[in-house]
Design a binder for this molecule. Structure first.
Ligand SMILES: O=C(O)C(=O)C[C@]1(C(=O)O)C=C[C@@H](O)C=C1
Length: 426
């Protein structure tokens, strides 16, 4: 299974990339030309004035840049300026979301497009005008569909890991990344929360995608022949009860993405294995649909965030959401105070998530009489329903800053307000 094993082998090298000397030199000259006049030009032609945005949210830059937990080791994680690195385009992709070759005789050609790996992240010329959007997985993955929903007509760039999608944007191989952060059945995708903190990309939007799973197998295979079901761990957990109800006597195996599971079955002609994946993956890899709509809940939905190198300028003429992450020195007792900064201003929280504090996971409290208490320390991620262009949001964050030792705004972005339509199978 190419995509799956590649991913696992690359894990350590991707997280700690080595930076050749030439990389730094290119980086500096490129920054000079992009940040001319202190304004940033997006590839789509939209100009941003950084001063406007920075003053409008008036946030906390010294804390923000000094205390990022994952990137604290500057020798290994790319710095902010490194992220605006040289124009690179070593990865030539050809696939269009709507233009996947499917032959008339029902013998589909599997897509030739390979997931981006760390070796593709090398400098090369700038790209053309089509927005290039990195996602994790191979064609047919839900993340690819989310990229297409977020940016219709984009060029979707498959990446073999979440981290590679982040790096693709940082290295200008892609203009945006679209990554899952939570699912209505499976919960949070913690890896991406951790990566948001470690990298310097900004959340510029969100998109919610109804996820409709199918059980796929090679043509002619019947459910009774199956010994194994493979898929992304989230997809397996989203279908857990239905698999049991179908009476399948199968082992479950996790792989990197749903469509990759379908591709693997087709490539290896596995007649005892089924994949949980989309109907589009069945079409792409020539599998049949044994069961349709096997998610445990028909309103199964995954929320994705769109990431860019620069923030968007927050507005007040439509509903906005803001995502922050913070930590504090005084244990969880501060949490109530932080949350009340929003409650007092009638700002609704839509999500709160905690992750272990990497640099300082445990706080010891010694009491001579009873011993040593060991408290876990956390990074808290909060989404709230307000734009950073609103004074109440700015005031709330100014107050939050009083209680916290670290605070970073991950992004202030338009809420996905598309009408609700549970997964229908397309
Ligand atoms: O494997 C895929 O197809 C993905 O896009 C990944 C992913 C996830 O990470 O949660 C996305 C949406 C679904 O919830 C299941 C899997």
């Amino acid at each position: 299974m190419q995509a799956v094993s590649t991913t696992q082998n690359l894990n350590s090298s991707v997280i700690r990339p080595s930076k050749p000397r030439r990389f730094h030199q290119l980086t500096r000259s490129f920054i000079r030309c992009v940040y001319h006049n202190d304004s940033v030009q997006f590839p789509n032609g939209v100009g941003l004035n950084r001063a406007d945005w920075q003053s409008s949210c008036a946030i906390l830059s010294s804390k923000v840049f000094s205390q990022d937990q994952g990137s604290g080791d500057k020798s290994t994680a790319p710095s902010n300026s490194d992220h605006l690195a040289a124009a690179v385009n070593g990865h030539k992709t050809s696939i269009d979301l709507n233009l996947v070759p499917i032959e008339k005789n029902n013998k589909p050609q599997p897509p030739t497009q390979k997931p981006l790996t760390i070796t593709d992240l090398s400098p090369a010329p700038m790209h053309g005008s089509q927005l290039r959007v990195a996602y994790q997985g191979v064609p047919g993955a839900y993340s690819e569909a989310a990229a297409g929903k977020a940016y219709p007509n984009c060029e979707a760039i498959p990446c073999d890991q979440f981290e590679v999608a982040f790096q693709a944007v940082e290295l200008w191989i892609a203009d945006r990344a679209v990554l899952p952060v939570e699912n209505s059945l499976g919960g949070s995708i913690h890896r991406n929360y951790d990566l948001l903190l470690r990298h310097r990309l900004h959340i510029v939007g969100e998109v919610q995608l109804p996820v409709h799973h199918c059980l796929l197998a090679l043509p002619g295979v019947r459910k009774e022949y199956l010994a194994r079901v493979i898929s992304h761990p989230q997809a397996l957990s989203q279908c857990e009860h239905t698999l049991t109800k179908l009476g399948l006597n199968v082992t479950r195996e996790a792989v990197d993405d749903t469509a990759g599971a379908a591709e693997y079955i087709a490539a290896n002609n596995l007649r005892d294995t089924a994949a949980i994946a989309s109907a589009r993956a069945a079409e792409l890899y020539g599998l049949q649909i044994l069961a349709d709509g096997i998610q445990d809940d028909s309103s199964n939905v995954t929320r994705f965030v769109m990431l860019a190198r620069e923030p968007i300028i927050p507005r007040t003429d439509r509903p906005f959401k803001t995502s922050i992450v913070f930590a504090h020195d005084k244990g969880t007792s501060v949490l109530f105070k932080v949350l009340s900064a929003f409650a007092f201003r009638n700002i609704s929280l839509t999500k709160i998530e905690s992750r272990p504090h990497r640099n300082r996971p445990i706080r010891l409290v010694d009491d001579a009489n009873v011993g040593t208490a060991k408290h876990f320390e956390y990074m808290f991620y909060v989404d709230f329903e307000a734009s950073m262009a609103e004074v109440r949001a700015q005031n709330a964050l100014a107050e939050v800053q009083e209680f916290t030792s670290f605070l970073r705004v991950l992004g202030s972005y338009p809420m996905d307000m598309t009408p609700w339509c549970p997964s229908s199978g397309d």
